[in-house]
Design a protein around this ligand. Structure first.
Ligand code: SDX
Length: 435
């Protein structure tokens, strides 16, 4: 643990002579932590924190979030500056290596990634095993997990060279897999990657191009795609990243770990929210229905959530949502879309919710998923692809966090405990004597 401990707290158990000193480890910036690793050994008790709302599962130097101030830093750089000045591939280097690259370092990195964009021809056959209407996230889970069947040369997680080539392969191939999942779904031929295109441009090419005619990616869309990928690249210890770390802590290979992260991201409470926001807006249908819908949300019994709102960490506006909302307006006007009824409805919904005591009291603000679906729909993506696009962007965050965990000398297999409230020990009775 690299943080320093200048302060501590002593816990004494009432009714026993046991006590333990718990050091307080300071962070570079943000919340310090109590290092409770001695608690069970010294006091014989566990801590209880379902959902880990107040638990730090690891030490990390990658991403910092201040939920109260709405701050997001990748390796110390504010997301607003990276969104405006950087590119997704440069952010990939930053997340993985911890520093912005020199021109030479970036050129080598870009070459390293773009040389791995193709899939083994045998992997094409995997797609044929799915129904044409399979959800793209089901395809992504299956095909990414299957990559470990093809790269036996890079499964040694303790070999840094293997970790690096696996990272390059995953970052390079995930857009191809996502684009092919879409092509398979709509019955069009797969388009091979064009390595002379930019990363986001290449993805849009594989997604939209057909063999029957030349296709030029709209630079406005390429820039918007690159921006969306930057915003979704990493986000501290969210559910899918924690899934990748837990799977990786057992020594599972990186392809299996990323497949586990994709599965976790799929849930509507997490990365599936962008798809759920569009469905919610379609259900609301018109501004006049907003008040009725919000009444349903406030009725706990309805189990209806305002999708794209709320966050475990942000108790302020998600900075990514602000950037995406601004990009929405820019992309729509650059595409000549005068007004998008979905965007108008979303903005009115946000305005009403942000002035409603229920949401204000609970500090529920728009998160990254509230506007991302609107811009993706305007860019021509089907709703079913939204979470797959999130997975394409987040793969670099997952692999960076996985690499950090594997290289952490304090890393151990993740094995949470529980409080048991089930039946005490009892003896088996034959069925003939049961009531
Ligand atoms: C992502 O963790 C990350 O970093 C994730 C992510 C990333 O980049 O990896 O940022 C991406 O997953 C964004 C979140 C996308 N999900 C959604 O938009 C789905 C809708 N949001 C909710 O399901 C919810 O807000 C969560 C899951 C995001 C957070 O859940 P929490 O932490 O359990 O919610 P909370 O404790 O802050 O809730 C406080 C109160 C509760 O009500 P009370 O019991 O106090 O009466 O607010 C309520 C909640 O029921 N609440 C909502 C709500 N979110 C919370 N009520 C209505 N609509 C909502 N969206």
């Amino acid at each position: 643990m690299s943080g320093s401990a200048k302060r501590s707290v002593t816990i004494t158990l009432d009714g026993s002579n046991k006590s333990v000193s718990i050091p307080l480890i300071e962070a570079t910036v943000g919340t310090p932590v109590f290092d409770i690793r001695k608690l069970y050994g010294d006091l014989g008790v566990f801590t209880y924190d379902p959902g880990y709302g107040g638990t730090a599962a690891c030490e990390s130097k990658i991403t910092y979030i201040d939920g109260d101030e709405g701050i997001l830093l990748y390796r110390g750089y504010p997301i607003e500056q990276l969104a405006e000045k950087s590119t997704f591939l440069e952010v990939c280097y930053l997340l993985m290596e911890g520093a912005l690259p020199t021109a030479t370092q970036f050129k080598d990195f870009e070459l390293g990634v773009m040389r791995h964009t193709m899939l083994h021809e045998q992997i094409r056959e995997f797609f044929n095993g799915f129904r044409r209407d399979a959800h793209p996230m089901a395809v992504m889970c299956g095909v990414v997990g299957a990559l470990s069947a093809f790269y036996h040369d890079s499964l040694d997680i303790h070999d840094p060279a293997s970790r690096t080539i696996s990272a390059f392969r995953l970052i390079a191939k995930i857009p191809t897999i996502a684009a092919w999942a879409y092509k398979y779904n709509c019955g069009q031929p797969f388009m091979y990657p064009q390595n002379d295109l930019g990363y986001a441009e290449n993805f849009l090419y594989m997604f939209h191009a057909v063999p029957a005619e030349p296709y030029k990616v709209n630079p406005i869309l390429a820039r918007a795609m690159d921006l969306i990928m930057i915003l979704h690249a990493d986000h501290e210890q969210n559910a899918s990243t924690s899934t990748v770390r837990l799977a990786g802590s057992t020594g599972a290979n990186p392809f299996a770990c990323i497949a586990a992260g994709i599965a976790s991201l799929w849930g509507p409470a997490h990365g599936g929210a962008n798809e759920a926001v569009l469905k919610m807006l379609a259900e609301i249908g018109h501004v006049k229905n907003i008040t009725g819908f919000l009444s349903e949300v406030k009725d706990k019994g309805s189990h209806t959530k305002l999708m794209g709102f709320g966050h475990r960490v942000y108790k302020n506006y998600d900075p990514r949502a602000k950037i995406i909302q601004k990009a929405c307006h820019e992309v729509l006007s650059e595409l000549g879309i005068k007004d998008d009824p979905l965007l108008d409805l979303a903005m009115e919904l946000e305005k009403i919710a942000l002035n409603d005591k229920y949401f204000v009291d609970r500090k529920l603000y728009p998160n990254v998923d509230f506007y991302s679906g609107i811009i993706l729909k305007a860019m021509g993506f089907p709703t079913s692809m939204f979470t797959a696009l999130f997975a394409v962007s987040r793969t670099v965050g997952w692999i960076s966090q996985w690499q950090e965990m594997i290289a952490d000398p304090e890393q151990r297999i993740g094995r949470p405990r529980q409080i048991y409230t089930g039946a005490p020990q009892r003896d088996y009775v034959p069925i003939s004597t049961r009531g």
